[in-house]
Design a protein around this ligand. Structure first.
Ligand SMILES: C[S@@+](CC[C@H](N)C(=O)[O-])C[C@H]1O[C@@H](n2cnc3c(N)ncnc32)[C@H](O)[C@@H]1O
Length: 221
């Protein structure tokens, strides 16, 4: 699959899924769905808390959120005092929700959005920190992604990577195949190797607790 047709598939899927995905945040789902999310999608919440634990203090810093989706991390980074936060996403439907979110939170003047896929649409400026949560699942060339990331970020980068799992991996592959969206999985030795080759000095890799299928990875320059 060529890069542009690959990105088109991912972008189309997330454009269609934007409104549903956004309901994960701010307790917008029904009571039953919130219970389902707590049982089976706790990674989504764990990585949010781990991100801000890793990046504080954010005051005065610049942040790039790659695959920002509907903008929960962009809004929170700005609320915590970041000087400038850029959200980049290939799905325009997600960016529309993100613009609304930062406006509603009163932080829009310190936020900007770019539509496109990373690394092709990497901004020319550099940032103190980057956030890439729930995105590497859909990246066909993670080595090119990390190499571009190392050039774009001066400080540390936090990312989530889905792990291989005997049951969840094939189930997810079938679900996403039906949705025509490609999905990828990782293991720690491969992550270490790619991070080193990309130019990062150190990688901290933590398997997340709970539903625990993701690695929470912090990369240091
Ligand atoms: C599961 S959502 C996660 C959104 C957000 N980071 C969060 O955790 O709430 C994945 C998002 O990544 C975007 N995406 C996937 N691959 C991307 C890439 N290479 N560059 C930019 N955005 C990408 C999708 O369009 C989608 O909005």
């Amino acid at each position: 699959m060529g890069q542009s047709s690959h990105d088109q598939k991912v972008g189309t899927y997330f454009d269609q899924a934007a409104a549903t995905f956004d309901t994960f945040y701010d307790a917008k789902r029904s009571g039953f769905m919130q219970w389902v999310d707590r049982q089976f999608r706790s990674d989504v919440f764990n990585r949010y808390y781990l991100t801000f634990e890793a990046l504080e203090p954010l005051a005065g810093k610049t942040v790039l959120d790659i695959g920002c989706g509907s903008g929960p991390y962009v809004a929170e980074a700005a609320r915590r005092g970041a000087a400038r936060v850029v959200g980049l996403d290939m799905a325009e439907g997600m960016l529309e929700l993100a613009r609304r979110r930062v406006a509603a939170k009163g932080v829009a003047e310190r936020c900007a959005f770019v539509q496109g896929g990373f690394p092709q649409a990497a901004p020319a400026e550099t940032f103190d920190y980057s956030i890439t949560m729930g995105v590497m699942d859909y990246v066909a060339d993670p080595q090119a992604f990390l190499t571009a990331l190392a050039k774009t970020v001066r400080g540390c980068s936090v990312l989530s990577f889905p792990s291989h799992h005997w049951f969840r991996e094939p189930v997810r592959q079938v679900r996403y195949w039906l949705k025509r969206c490609p999905v990828y999985f990782y293991e720690p030795a491969g992550l270490e190797r790619m991070a080193k080759e990309a130019g990062f000095a150190r990688a901290k890799i933590v398997k997340m607790p709970g539903a625990g299928m993701d690695y929470f990875v912090t990369l240091y320059k």
